[in-house]
Design a protein around this ligand. Structure first.
Ligand code: NAD
Length: 536
């Protein structure tokens, strides 16, 4: 294993840090001169050391606004992967016996450090992922809230106690960590999703292997550095990089007890099946098609703002983005105003002030989005607004797609059946609330659904009958704060225990029940019958 010069606090030098946010990495329209420096290599974190991989296969991490290579990410070798698992396994016994109050204090420190470095984290996210700086701050902040939640772990993992369940016998339950756990991340929230994963896991007493997205690993690396600075002992958090092979290694490894996954259905169902076959616990958050139902009585201004923000924000690359609107009574009265507001949005590189939406993650993603728009048009949808041919001055190479609106969409169209994951809003119509709910419920995904109405009766019916895990009433992106859980359902989730909240603690712990008896027992003949609390 390669070792690197130690700097403060005995930590190794982290070139990814400068490479991710250093001057030559991100360029503005004014400073778009191509870099002649060789991009630095993203490191693995193994046993407390940031080490350069000995792999000879690397993937370029690309700025989606400029196509500049930000850094190079290794396909971690099998040996390095095994070293990471071994470090996590080795660190586990001591860490699980570390008082929960100590583990909490490290999270207290981590949340402070994340606040301190919020701007740097956000800048890295904008450079690697493309979203606007303000949105990138939101990405960090929503993850930070999970760190804050983990600070209360002592209360969160309290067990239960029943005294005298039988004569002189008490039973109590305790929650114990599982051992080595792992997390596999998507590209769209480079800070929030790693923070959904390792803070809860390690504060429960587990050790961790994190695999960031190969498309934007920088924020996860910065967070790992902050976690070390906060006092997380060596080996408690490890990071490996790569794609399918390293993910398959995670699924197969006997020492890994549980896997948290967030990403597409193809990867998520593969991981769920493969890891479950090895007896692992899995929580798999996957794709979505989030609907809004707009009632004729909905407040006009607030609803239009919500549709535009949730449909086009983050260039539609949120798993809770609103991708489909069902207008009860027809979409025509809404279309012109929707189009006006969508046209006002400023499409530009995320680092440019005033930008509303940045580029999508890759050229392939842009091609796929454009093809799905075209397929909608060819199957009869009406193009109310077409963002495909947008060119952004100073960023001509960026993967930009402008806000796009398709009307008269029906549920048999490919653009409706597939998750588009781009700034495309599909408009459908229904004669009444009943029909609108039926449209939403027939969709295979169940991440989120919202209703916009001023009628409590309609809202209550919607909340009661809608088959989606996260329900919004006049709220476009109803992602709950971490004291609840992220409760996607149907094809948007596989597993039993959701991310964070109570379910998150349950996911990362094993319950143990203890039945104890402390009394002087009169000597009596052994009874071989099943013990019961009843006298025979
Ligand atoms: P992705 O599935 O392509 O990648 C996610 C992770 O899986 C990456 O780390 C990648 O390396 C790995 N991976 C990809 N294909 C794999 C394969 N065949 N075998 C093994 N590993 C594989 O997802 P993405 O494009 O990074 O993220 C976008 C998707 O994530 C969207 O579908 C979005 O809805 C979903 N998402 C869901 C939630 C949620 O909470 N439900 C949140 C964020 C994103």
């Amino acid at each position: 294993m390669l070792r690197f010069p130690l700097t403060r606090a005995g930590r190794s030098f982290q070139p990814w840090k400068s490479c991710a946010i250093g001057s030559f990495r991100f360029s503005t329209a004014a400073d778009a001169s191509p870099s002649h420096q060789i991009p630095s290599k993203v490191r693995n974190l193994i046993g407390g050391e940031f080490v350069e991989s000995e792999s000879n296969a690397f993937i370029d991490v690309i700025n989606p606004a400029t196509q500049e290579v930000v850094s190079q990410l290794p396909l971690t070798t099998n040996e390095e992967f095994k070293a990471a698992v071994s470090a996590a396994k080795h660190a586990f016994p001591k860490w699980r016996n570390t008082p929960v109050t100590t583990r909490q204090r490290i999270m207290f420190k981590l949340q402070e450090l994340i606040r301190r470095d919020m701007d740097k984290l956000a800048m890295n996210i904008t450079v690697e992922q493309g979203k606007t700086l303000r949105d990138a701050q939101g990405d960090v902040f929503r993850g930070l809230e999970v760190v804050e939640h983990a600070c209360g772990m002592a209360s969160l993992q309290m067990g239960e106690y029943v005294s005298n369940v039988s004569n002189g016998i008490d039973t109590y339950s305790i929650r114990e960590p599982l051992g080595v756990c792992a997390g596999i991340c998507p590209f769209n929230f480079p800070a929030m999703i790693p923070l959904w994963m390792f803070p809860m896991a390690v504060t429960c007493g587990n050790t961790y292997i994190l695999k960031p997205s190969e498309k934007d690993p920088g924020a996860a690396m910065m967070l790992a550095e902050l976690a070390m600075e906060a006092g997380l002992p060596d080996g408690v958090l490890n990071i490996v990089h790569g794609t399918n092979d390293v993910v398959n290694n995670i699924c197969d490894d006997r020492d890994i007890k549980a896997i948290s996954f967030v990403g597409s259905n193809t990867a998520g169902m593969h991981i769920y099946a493969r890891a479950a076959a090895k007896g692992k616990r899995i929580q798999s958050n996957m794709g979505a098609k989030n609907h809004a139902i707009v009632m004729p009585d909905a407040s006009l201004d607030a609803t239009l703002n919500a549709l535009v923000a949730a449909g086009f924000g983050a260039a539609g690359q949120r798993c809770m983005a609103l991708s489909t609107v069902v207008f009860v009574g027809g979409s025509k009265p809404w279309e012109e105003k929707l189009k006006e507001r969508a046209k006002e949005l400023k499409v530009n590189a995320g680092i440019e002030p005033g930008t509303d939406l940045g580029p999508v993650i890759s050229k392939q993603a842009k091609d796929r989005i454009c093809k799905l728009i075209q397929s909608g048009v060819e199957s009869g949808a009406r193009l109310v607004l077409d963002g495909r041919s947008i060119v952004v001055g100073g960023y001509e190479d960026g993967n930009f797609v402008g806000p796009t609106i398709l009307a008269d969409v029906t549920s048999n169209m490919e653009c409706y059946e597939e998750e588009i994951f781009g700034p495309v809003l599909l408009c459908m119509q229904a004669d009444g609330l009943e029909e609108a709910i039926d449209i939403v419920n027939r969709n295979k995904f169940g991440n989120g659904a919202s209703i916009f109405t001023t009628s409590g009766v309609a809202a209550r019916k919607f909340q009661h009958e809608i088959e989606a895990g996260q329900v919004g009433i006049n709220v476009p992106i109803p992602v709950p704060l971490p004291f609840f859980s992220f409760t996607g359902s149907k094809a948007s989730f596989a597993g039993d225990l959701n991310f964070y909240g109570k379910a998150g603690v349950q996911f990362y712990t094993q319950i143990k029940t203890v039945t104890q008896q402390w009394k002087d027992l009169p000597s009596q003949a052994a009874s071989l019958a099943m013990p019961t609390s009843q006298k025979a």
